[in-house]
Design a protein around this ligand. Sequence first.
Ligand SMILES: Cc1cc2nc3c(=O)[nH]c(=O)nc-3n(C[C@H](O)[C@H](O)[C@H](O)COP(=O)(O)OP(=O)(O)OC[C@H]3O[C@@H](n4cnc5c(N)ncnc54)[C@H](O)[C@@H]3O)c2cc1C
Length: 328
Amino acid sequence: MKNFAILGGGISGITVGNILLDMFPDSKVTIYAQETRDIVSYVASAQFYPIWLGDNLPENYELTLKRWFLKSKEEFIKRRDDVNYGIATYRNHELFKEAEEPPAYFRDVLSNFEALEDHNLPAGYKYRFSFDTMIIDTWVYIPQLTKDFLNRGGQIVQREFKSIAEVIDLDEPVIFNCLGMGAKPIFGDEYLKPVKGVVLRLKPVNIGDVVVSTGDFIVAQRSQDLYLGASYDENWETADPTQQEEEYLFDNVKEIMETPGSIFSIPQGTLRKENIIERMVGFRPVRSIGPRVEKETLGDKTIIHNYGHGGNGIILSWGTAHEALSLL
Ligand SMILES: Cc1cc2nc3c(=O)[nH]c(=O)nc-3n(C[C@H](O)[C@H](O)[C@H](O)COP(=O)(O)OP(=O)(O)OC[C@H]3O[C@@H](n4cnc5c(N)ncnc54)[C@H](O)[C@@H]3O)c2cc1C
């Protein structure tokens, strides 16, 4: 019987676990994770839109990204009609103050993609990319994927690793490293950096069939909340959400959404601070040279790395997991 270990029970680990059990239904697959709920995977807006990945991506990386995004898209579409996965389709309007040239692969990856000048946008925005997107409601989707994994015989063991020696000591000969930011201390990855994002969850409110986003903000409705996110702070000083971050986020989203005249305007007074249910913070595992999907041999163990997905870990999850599995 094949015997696999997965380090990490976030979106990267649980996706690898499901593919492994598809490929080798009789194998023993164990996820080892310090935490499975209070993790960054649950903080993501998980909107199907490629965002900034790293400052020093290799040349021609767009082809790799395109392959990963298309694979993920195919897998999300397969699950979209099953309500248990919490995947909804919306029209996404990404706003810009200056004209932007989309990367060439956007037109292949994002359905019904348009890049337009629009004179009715609020708050100094003048241009938009509009495209069909999916919101993968992580609070529904990850528990369902976890259920799939357990129902197929996968196991989850709560365990914290303090060193690489503890990892090599595992019984399993093949180990998938899906530790997210946890890969930095254990595997000494100097390219990894935690980028802070503050999120507000509001009581659910109908904003129409849209997701509205800018480089700094996103507003999206999900089954249990209205999601307002998310700062992208590389030089944060405090790990908690500050009042200043919260106000900046709330006030800007309110202005964008409640200024009359745009194709997505909602009535004034729809967004209210008293409807905030929860403040969340997460740290994106940004790797300046892009996610690490790579095989390495350590002693008698094969380690397959799959981490460092930055602000794209949900929507890259299937693409990078399939690639990781192809390295077996
Ligand atoms: C505000 C915000 C918005 C985002 N929006 C999006 C978006 O729209 N789309 C998108 O695709 N992505 C988005 N992301 C990024 C996404 O959340 C991450 O890329 C993704 O969740 C990373 O998943 P992961 O499984 O690799 O890591 P994690 O979710 O961090 O999981 C890591 C796992 O490893 C375990 N672990 C770590 N260290 C140890 C250790 N020493 N021992 C044992 N276990 C350990 C943890 O407990 C956890 O189980 C966003 C992130 C933030 C913060």
